[in-house]
Design a protein around this ligand. Structure first.
Ligand code: DHB
Length: 534
């Protein structure tokens, strides 16, 4: 990622850019749930030298009683060809899939995305989707830093997932009026947005969220989605700390890191034609306590991902915490009863060795093999064994060192309540709480309370896959780069394996040398979507 050095400055500039189009009314009114097919503009995008047009229905509030109408909106785009031709990219106006990209990063508020350029200046996923005949319905969602006029937090868990569900319900409720098939909704997201994409797919129609949806005046319709695309999902938060230490606990220092790239929608919203990026409304002027929100040297709050860090040795206390968290992981993993595709059990012994680790190693070997085939030079990596053009082995410790650790222990449930995830699990009146027993038991804030078990569950897709009264998405595509240490590769691997064991169709891979990022393989993503929809 050659551009990483400019990212913090770029994101800061985007964040500080004047924001015009989403001024939140101070007293939210009541909004109609009926889609108005006449209210659109025609916009254009260019891809590979070809310019094409689409109807743009933007800024639609998707619930009757939004808590923050700046974010509880959806942008819908329809290729104009559908109004004259019968098919586009092999789809009709009735059966075209609906690409549903959220733009959440860092569990911060995410404004509805627009077709435009991504942070590298390339056409974003919305443009590519439209060019291939997909309908795009890009939802905004509330996030952990939002506050209303009285200072109450309005975007703490489960706000973002409730919003995404409400947006899905809006699409289904209006299925006859909105082009495309609401039975072919493909959710997409990166990082926290990937976690939410996975949660949306796992928890379709589950009654736990119903009271929240009712309170917002969400449409009365189902909220399951057909398929999930999740890039580097920051998920399973209540087990992410122990997974992190199981994988990376041998490393005693954190690596220097730049801030992750902004999620698709954020860049698009700022660069799209005539677009204005929604302000992180209600974001406190000072940097929030969350690690994801503190922007290092500038001290400004940034809406994307983990903060840049100069890295350095962990303290003796952090090392002790690491060892204790690491020891918790085998029991968690073994309790899941995961199996490989051939039926063999995936387990770990008390020291953290075993078939689950071997399985991850086999995924890394497969990734290295793919990279080698694609022309990558792995010859300098002395921890990768190659014989006659075949990757035969990977030295685990060598890989771990190469990957590096981005975060000190604990990575998610900060003992001083300083992480972004602590802030995700706050309440209307409390900014940050613990969400693990370990965090609570070792609280260093002096005031740390625990989020309710219900809320912790409602943010974890693992709790919902195939659960009673739940429609879990049938198709899944999960990607997590081999050098992404925003969360441990064990976390997406556990999610993918649990899904596969449940009979769901899962395309899971660890792209070689890929850091924390998303939407980097759009050709493959949309080919996968065509494969499950045509
Ligand atoms: C994101 C990154 C993190 O490291 C994290 O803990 C949560 C979210 C993100 O990029 O969205």
């Amino acid at each position: 990622m050659k551009k990483t050095a400019i990212l913090p400055a770029l994101a800061l500039a985007l964040f500080l850019a004047p924001c015009a189009s989403f001024a939140a009314p101070s007293t939210p009114g009541s909004y109609s749930l009926d889609f108005d097919a006449t209210k659109y503009t025609v916009q254009t995008s260019t891809l590979d030298g070809k310019t094409f047009s689409y109807r743009a229905y933007e800024g639609i509030v998707y619930v009757q009683h939004p808590l923050d109408p700046a974010y509880e909106t959806i942008n819908i785009y329809v290729p104009v060809e559908y109004y004259s031709a019968r098919t586009v990219g092999g789809y009709t106006i009735d059966n075209a899939p609906i690409f549903f990209p959220n733009s959440v990063g860092g569990y911060m508020p995410g404004a509805a995305a627009k077709p435009g350029l991504d942070f590298e200046g390339k056409p974003n996923a919305l443009v590519v989707a439209l060019s291939r005949g997909l309908i795009v319905a890009a939802p905004g969602a509330r996030g952990r830093t939002l506050q209303d006029g009285s200072g109450r937090y309005t975007g703490k868990a489960p706000a973002a997932i409730v919003d995404l569900k409400a947006a899905v319900r809006y699409l289904r409720f209006n299925d006859k009026l909105i082009p495309g098939s609401s039975e072919r909704i493909i959710s997409n997201g990166t990082s926290a947005g990937g976690g939410l994409s996975a949660l949306l797919g796992a928890s379709g129609d589950n009654a736990d969220y119903e009271p929240y949806l009712k309170a917002l005046g969400a449409a009365n319709a189902r909220d399951d989605v057909y398929a999930v695309s999740a890039y580097c999902p920051i998920t399973n938060l209540d087990n992410a700390d122990s997974a992190y230490e199981w994988l990376l606990g041998g490393l005693t220092e954190t690596k220097a890191s730049t801030m992750g790239p902004p999620p698709a929608g954020a860049a698009a919203a700022a660069t799209g034609a005539g677009a204005a990026m929604a302000p992180p409304a209600g974001m406190p002027a000072a940097a929030p306590t969350g690690a994801m929100g503190a922007a290092g040297a500038t001290g400004a709050a940034l809406p994307f991902g983990a903060p840049p860090s100069s890295g350095g040795p962990m303290t003796a206390e952090q090392l002790a915490v690491s060892a204790r968290l690491k020891a918790l992981f085998p029991a968690y993993l073994d309790g899941l009863g995961l199996r490989k595709a051939d039926g063999t059990a995936l387990a770990l012994d008390a020291s953290g060795d075993g078939s689950f680790r071997d399985y991850l190693k086999s995924l890394l070997i497969a990734s290295a093999q793919t990279a080698l085939k694609g022309g990558a030079d792995l010859s300098k990596l002395d921890w990768v064994t190659i014989k006659d053009g075949v990757v035969t082995d990977i030295d685990w410790a060598g890989y771990v060192k190469y990957c590096g650790r981005k975060k000190a222990a604990p990575s998610f449930d900060g003992l001083d309540l300083s992480s972004g995830e602590n802030s995700l699990f706050g309440t209307m009146s409390v900014n940050a709480q613990h969400f693990t027993a370990f965090g609570l038991a070792n609280d260093a804030s002096g005031t740390g309370a625990m989020a309710s078990a219900d809320l912790v569950r409602m943010m974890n897709p693992m709790a919902y896959i195939g659960a009673k009264g739940t429609t879990t998405s049938k198709y899944w595509r999960i990607r997590h780069g081999t050098v992404d240490s925003d969360t441990a590769i064990a976390i997406p691997a556990i999610l993918a394996t649990r899904l596969g064991n449940g009979g769901y169709s899962v395309d899971f891979a660890l792209p070689w040398d890929r850091p924390h990022s998303g939407d980097y393989d759009l050709e493959e993503l949309f080919t996968w979507i065509d494969g499950i929809c045509r």
